[in-house]
Design a protein around this ligand. Structure first.
Ligand code: ATP
Length: 536
């Protein structure tokens, strides 16, 4: 049986994966702390991504279906960059959501998160009725509100139109009604709200000292494109990867760690010749999908969705989302796990020449000192491709993943309550995390069968030796059955038991988490056994 989001949240807290940040002070909305298990799991996800993208990549061989071999490398850039970065990237004036304030609840909501429905008013005009997402029994409220407004009696059905899909349809904001049953409307009109966290550099805190926490890691890569190219003797195609924290002042953080205000991204910018970009875009779509599948996500829970032309950002030549069926989604619905975009030469051109401003003509977009808001650095981003005998501004393919959303997907996919036969009793059911051994927070649990006859000593020796390479645990408390259950619940792939035959013949019992099969192997073979299990 798969678990509901509530069950997963409670499991994460109980078993030390994820806690609410600042819990002892009542918590802080949109922020999460990772406990002992969660920190290991997240570290393994990031490590696996880094290895598969960067350190294990072979730059001498062209993968099947690609035009050439390519290089991969990584950087770790600063969270705070020059404020011009965000003007040029478009985040200063485009990275915003529509929000509404509710005077009654004193809360702020992301407009498209409101539980809302369309109906026709008495003249046949479309009318949008909204309820706050956290309003108790929103459906009943919407129904009651519509009846009151249109004078429909209890005996007649309210005829609803389709749910809100496109904000542009909503031209008359006055039609947005109260989230709670009060006579006058209590939601303000929707307005734009920039999602970047603002801070100040230095002690003065004047407008000129304002800076922003990065809302994505990608821009740090674009800013360093020339540095990496010039200092690393790299040739294109080249992928530059980065893992790090990003910050978005989400109006309604929700669904546990799916949408939080501080999160980690794993992003890669792949620089290539323009005419090969579509081929690389297809390659990265498949390769990123395979990454999740190879690490055990079930195919039926993943969807690959190519964006319609109308959904694309103005600069993108193509975007595909890898989506996951999170347990908080309705049946048949999926949420974004990772986006893969063909961004063309937009970013490098912008950081070189400047981005075309929203204002027309562009020169009208001036800052408080009269300088153009969207001025680029003036640095040359043209690449001299000696091998191809041409010069061009590279195109960029960007696979942008969230470490937290990946962690949530891996947990939701792997955690199960499993029936173990008809016997009844405490062992008839177990909670088990079928997480891939490469990701498992704890790689092996080592048990002495009993606390005598030299078994604890032998088990501790093995534990000490294995600990030098892997995160393993030692457990001598309780029955062996209980110890297995504890290990299963946090996804330990293998339990190694030291018993009397270990002492007499130098063998141990290894028990597989998923198949429950037990076999005897030599004590000395334990490291090789674990290595094979993790690396396959
Ligand atoms: P969404 O539409 O869900 O807000 P997005 O399209 O804005 O996501 P991107 O800007 O493409 O997301 O960011 C790349 C990845 O970063 C996402 O696929 C997701 O995994 C992760 N991510 C983005 N915003 C958040 C957030 N608030 N909390 C956790 N992860 C996030």
């Amino acid at each position: 049986r798969r678990l509901s989001l509530e069950e997963i949240v409670s499991y994460c807290r109980r078993r030390g994966f994820i806690y609410q940040a600042s819990e002892i002070y009542g918590g802080i909305n949109g922020f999460w702390d990772f406990g002992p298990m969660g920190a290991e799991l997240k570290r393994n996800i990031k490590q696996t991504w880094w290895e598969d993208m960067v350190t294990r990549h072979n730059p001498l061989v062209a993968p099947a279906g690609t035009p050439s071999p390519f290089e991969m490398t990584g950087i770790d850039s600063s969270i705070i960059q020059h404020p011009q970065t965000w003007r040029v990237s478009g985040h200063s004036d485009l990275f915003s959501d529509m929000m509404v304030d509710c005077h009654e609840t004193k809360k702020r909501y992301r407009f498209d998160h409101l539980a809302g429905r369309w109906i026709k008013d008495r003249e046949g005009n479309p009318l949008f009725i909204a309820a706050a997402p956290d309003a108790p029994d929103a459906d009943a409220f919407l129904d009651q509100r519509a009846r009151k407004l249109l004078g429909i009696s209890k005996s007649r059905e309210v005829v609803w139109d389709s749910p809100l899909t496109d904000l542009a349809e909503l031209d008359d904001f006055a039609n947005v009604l109260a989230p709670h049953a009060s006579e006058k409307g209590t939601l303000t009109e929707p307005r734009e709200f920039n999602l970047m966290f603002k801070t100040y550099i230095g002690a003065m805190q004047t407008a000129a000292d304002a800076a922003f926490l990065r809302p994505e890691t990608a821009q740090g890569i674009f800013l360093n494109f020339r540095n990496v190219l010039d200092s690393g003797r790299f040739a294109l195609p080249l992928g530059i990867a980065q893992i790090g924290k990003s910050f978005r002042n989400e109006i309604t953080p929700r669904h546990f760690i799916f949408r939080s205000r501080e999160f980690e991204q794993m992003e890669m910018e792949f620089f290539c010749p323009p005419e090969t970009s579509h081929q690389w875009y297809k390659y990265w779509q498949q390769r990123r999908l395979d990454w999740y599948l190879d690490l055990g996500l079930r195919r039926e829970n993943i969807r690959v969705r190519e964006h319609e032309a109308s959904e694309l950002s103005h600069y993108a030549l193509g975007t595909t989302d890898i989506e996951y069926a999170y347990p908080f989604m309705a049946d048949g619905e999926f949420g974004e796990l990772e986006g893969i975009a063909n961004r063309g030469a937009f970013d490098l051109n912008s950081h070189s020449m400047g981005r075309l401003a929203k204002a027309d003509p562009p020169e009208l977009a001036l800052d408080e000192n009269g300088a153009p808001l969207h001025r680029g650095s003036g640095k040359n981003m043209v690449y001299n491709d000696v091998a191809r005998g041409e010069k061009y501004v590279p195109y960029v393919i960007e696979p942008a993943a969230g470490a937290d959303r990946a962690l949530l997907a891996f947990l939701c996919d792997a955690l199960e309550i499993e029936k173990l036969g008809e016997g009844g009793g405490e062992d008839s059911e177990r909670a088990v995390l079928h997480i891939h051994p490469r990701l498992a927070p704890v790689k092996a649990a080592i048990f002495p069968l009993v606390k005598k006859e030299g078994m604890p000593e032998a088990a501790r020796d093995l534990f000490g030796a294995m600990k030098r390479k892997w995160n393993v645990t030692y457990d001598e408390k309780g029955s062996i059955g209980r110890r297995y259950r504890r290990a299963d619940e946090v996804g330990v792939p293998v339990c190694i038991t030291i018993d009397d035959e270990t002492i007499s013949q130098g063998t141990v019992t290894v028990r597989d988490r998923d198949t429950l099969e037990q076999q005897r192997i030599k004590l000395d073979d334990c490291p090789a056994y674990l290595d094979k299990l993790i690396e396959g």
